[in-house]
Each structure stands twice: as C-alpha cells, then as structure tokens.
Ligand binder design. Structure first.
Ligand SMILES: [Zn+2]
Length: 349
C-alpha cells in the first residue's frame, strides 16, 4: 500500500475544507486549466463515503488520503465511493481504491459502456470516433490528430467494475436514506448528482459548475439529443434549489436557481448562433464548428478542445433538428440546412 505523505500533498497546495458538519472536500490535482477536481467525504454512521475520486496519479492519491486524514478517517474507514460520471478526473483513483480498501463503488448504469475494460474496447471506441468525425466532415489530417490523443487519453482510464448501480431517486446504502441519487444526463449519459437532504447539500459533479459551462457533446454512445437531456437535467436539480452546491471543480456556491437559469439561457443562445451559421450557408458539422465563437480561436484549440467543440456543435444541430428548425441529409457526411417549414413555423409561433 502506498503511504500517504500529507506533507508532500500540503506542499503541492492541496486543501481539505469542511463544508458542513461531517462533509469535507479535498482538492485533487489533475493536469488541466481547472487544476483540481474535488473529492468529497461524507461522514455516515459507520465510516465515510466519498463522492468522486480524482485523476489517477500518485499526487492525487496522496491528496485523497490527506483529505481522509483531515476527516478523521483513513482508507480503512472508507465504506463506499459514489462516482458522478466516469471521466478520468472523477474516477481515476477507483482502481487504487478497489485494490487498497473494501469500499464499494457505485455509479449509474448509463456509464457502464464508458468504463474501459480492455484493449479491444479502446480500439472499438477509437473506431467509433473515426466514423463519427467522418460524418461530421472533419478533414483527414485533423482526424488523425484527434485520434492519437483520444487513444492516449483512453489508455490512462481506470478500469473498474462498479459494485452497485444507482438510478434516479435511489437512496445511497449506509446513509439512512438521506443521500439520494439524481440522474442528470447531458454531460455524460449516466451522470449522477447526489442530494444530501439532511444537510441540504447537493453534489453536482460536472453537471453544474459555478463558472465553467459544462461540455455537452453528441458523440458515439451519448444518445441522439444530449442537449435536450441536459435541459431536463437542469430541471431535475430544482429539487435542491436552496441547497449548498458542492461541484466537481472550482468552488462551492449557494445560488443554484440563477445558475440553472443562466445555463439554460446560455444553451438557448448558443442554439440560435448555430442556427444562424447554418442559415448563412455552412453545411457540414466541421464548417459550422469553425464558424462559431469559442473561448479561444478554433485553430488554437488543442485537439481535445477541438473534439469537444465538434461534439458541442453536433449536439446543438440535433437539438435544432428535433425542434424542426434544421434538417440533415447525407449518407457518409452529414449536410445541414434550414428545415423547409422551419422559419414559417417560428414566425407563426
Ligand atoms: Zn470534470
């Protein structure tokens, strides 16, 4: 077992904060502009339950153990781990936890196809990605770049089998029924938030963050219309609208209602931009993506950022298609245009 070195973790700027009685959050470092994800610890009758585990690195593992120490606990008191979603900055330490503790791991069944298990799964995923990017009209040289990074990133994923599957409204075992899973698909198909009804807290993973707008992408395995899923999931969170929000990154905040409203308005505004770009003549997903405004000019985005931008654009296009504002055609490569009755429909609405 690797021994935690709290001194090293402190030197690396790790903080462990008490957010409520019996609830701590530790900053687990990971290589991204976001700098860290939160690993939360919730005290229950017979030990502690973690909400999310950070990036798979020694540094992050040490930080997680520092958090346990701060909570007056240790690896032997960890009863279980709740995974909001299986992105590597939220469950990267899962196989270390499985190796070194008896804790159960729980997630939504919608995440199962995205838990990497073997080489064949990784190869199949990269192939699906190629077919998808080709449908989006991405040029071959860009496709190769995105490809190689995806393969590299995927190979670093933890490969774990969950012990418990949780659906919407399920009560987390060992909590006396006070911690409830909320299914909030959009950022990923099986994304979960957790509502602590006793302490009036809600753990939101990447579904709702205080400043960053979560990426909602249409990509292989993410469903037909993830943006409409995301809108419904914003509504789902209203059950906790006066709770303290403990997100997966950035900082805790208590104004959930205006944040939910902002995120929905942001998505609606973005949809109008995408529609206008298609109406002005862009036809492939790739062309539409390049014509939109991004945090940085599109050419300057790293290949992961480009893939996310393409996925986000594609998600908006499908939302607009399902609202009958745009139409799609094309076998190998999708061609987008204004829906024949789109404009008149809205003018008379
Ligand atoms: Zn994240």
């Amino acid at each position: 077992m690797s021994i935690a070195d709290p001194a090293a973790a402190r030197k690396a700027g790790v903080t462990a904060t008490a957010f409520a009685r019996g609830v701590w959050g530790t900053t687990l470092p990971f290589p991204s502009p976001l700098a860290y994800s939160f690993g939360y610890l919730v005290a229950v009758d017979r030990g502690v339950i973690a909400v999310d585990l950070g990036w798979n690195s020694d540094e992050s593992w040490e930080a997680f153990q520092l958090g346990l120490e701060r909570a007056g606990a240790g690896l032997d008191s960890l009863l279980g781990v709740l995974v909001t979603h299986v992105h590597p900055d939220h469950y990267g330490l899962a196989d270390r936890v499985q190796k070194h503790t008896d804790a159960w791991i729980a997630m939504h069944p919608g995440e199962l196809p995205h838990v990497v298990r073997d080489e064949a799964t990784i190869r199949a995923r990269v192939e699906d990605m190629t077919v998808w990017l080709t449908r989006c009209g991405v040029p071959v040289h860009v496709l190769d770049e995105i490809h190689s990074e995806e393969a590299e990133l995927t190979s670093g994923f933890a490969s774990v089998s969950p012990d418990i599957l949780l659906g919407d409204g399920d009560k987390v075992p060992g909590t006396g029924g006070t911690l409830v899973a909320l299914h909030t698909p959009g950022h990923t198909p099986g994304h979960l938030c957790f509502h602590d009804t006793e302490r009036n807290l809600v753990f939101t993973g990447d579904h709702v963050l205080p400043r960053v707008t979560p990426n909602v992408s249409r990509r292989p395995g993410y469903g037909d219309d993830p943006l409409s899923d995301y809108s419904r999931s914003l509504e789902r969170l209203r059950v906790a609208s006066d709770a303290l929000v403990l997100p997966g990154h950035e900082w805790a905040f208590d104004a959930l209602e205006p944040r939910l409203q902002f995120l929905q308005e942001h998505q609606d505004e973005r949809a109008r931009e995408v529609e206008a770009v298609v109406v002005s003549g862009a036809t492939t997903v790739w062309e539409v993506t390049q014509a939109l405004k991004w945090a940085r000019p599109f050419e300057q985005l790293a290949s992961r950022g480009r893939r996310q931008a393409i996925g986000e654009t594609h998600a908006h296009l499908y939302r607009l298609r399902n609202e009958r504002r745009l139409a799609v055609d094309g076998e190998i490569c999708e061609r987008w245009s204004r829906a024949a009755d789109g404009l008149s429909r809205r003018e008379t609405a």
